[in-house]
Design a protein around this ligand. Structure first.
Ligand SMILES: Nc1ncnc2c1ncn2[C@@H]1O[C@H](COP(=O)(O)OP(=O)(O)OP(=O)(O)O)[C@@H](O)[C@H]1O
Ligand SMILES: [Mg+2]
Length: 239
């Protein structure tokens, strides 16, 4: 039985008098791709940020590899990679230079060959690799950020709306990439409002609404999640 790599335990987050997450419990096993699905403002990014330590639990706790975000965030940060909702890279640096720069900030050494391999995996066109980011489209920036997250080679990967800005063929490649990482044992936690995208990629989906997980969906005997059931549950609460 694979062990729990991520765990939210009575996780509550409030901003001023607004409770965004109210006693949320879930766990994610090693190699699992878990998607937290919900409408805009449901608290998905907030949940993800509690695991990164950029939002603190008001009560309860969140754990990564059995370490508490309240007590051990520095050790957690060494074991995770994060793809943010809005990619912030430097416009005057090329894709390769951005990656080199951000890896060096994290004290990570990778060869230029490693970086090129990652850019190939995310299918960023070769003729863009040495061009400044300011000339990239949104999807090209997203691919660069995904390559950067991959190069951290972390056992746990956090993705916030990872396929927004990607075209259908890039989404297919991205889904294959996540599936192969998961097969190699990487645990993936993603948040999204995209029902179809979540069903394609996730082993399990938690539906977040009004501060709580109101539905949990997993792959059935045919190894797929029932998109229609998730869509119905989601739109029922879309108010
Ligand atoms: N730092 C903060 N201070 C105050 N309120 C915040 C803060 N961060 C988030 N919120 C509020 O918490 C709620 C949930 O925000 P969050 O960003 O987690 O939503 P989301 O589910 O990721 O939405 P989206 O799909 O739009 O990305 C919103 O009402 C937001 O205004
Ligand atoms: Mg968000």
């Amino acid at each position: 039985m694979p062990k729990d790599i991520l765990k939210a335990s009575s996780l509550t987050v409030s901003f001023a008098d607004h409770t965004v997450l109210d006693c949320v419990d879930f766990s994610v096993k090693q190699g699992e791709v878990f998607a937290l699905l919900g409408g805009n403002g449901a608290g998905k990014s907030t949940a993800l940020k509690t695991f990164l330590g950029t939002v603190s639990p008001t009560s309860g706790d969140a754990y990564v590899l059995d370490r508490s975000v309240k007590k051990d965030i520095n050790s957690i940060r060494k074991n995770i990679a994060y793809l943010p909702e809005s990619v912030t890279l430097y416009g005057h640096l090329s894709g390769i230079e951005n990656i080199e720069y951000f890896l060096s900030l994290g004290g990570i050494n990778r060869t230029e060959d490693d970086i090129k391999q990652a850019l190939n995996r995310v299918a960023l066109q070769v003729n863009a690799w040495h061009k400044p980011l300011s000339s990239y489209s949104k999807g090209m920036r997203q691919k660069t950020a995904i390559a950067l997250a991959l190069l951290r080679e972390a056992p746990v990967l956090f993705l916030d709306e990872p396929t927004s800005g990607l075209d259908p063929s890039a989404i297919d490649k991205f889904n294959q990439l996540v599936a192969s990482l998961s097969e190699q044992g990487t645990t993936v936690f993603m948040v999204t409002h995209d029902v179809y995208g979540a069903c394609q990629i996730a082993h399990r989906i938690g539906l977040l609404h009004k501060g709580g997980i109101v539905g949990m969906f997993e792959r059935g005997s045919n190894d797929t999640i029932d998109t229609e059931a998730v869509h119905t549950a989601f739109s029922m609460r879309d108010h």
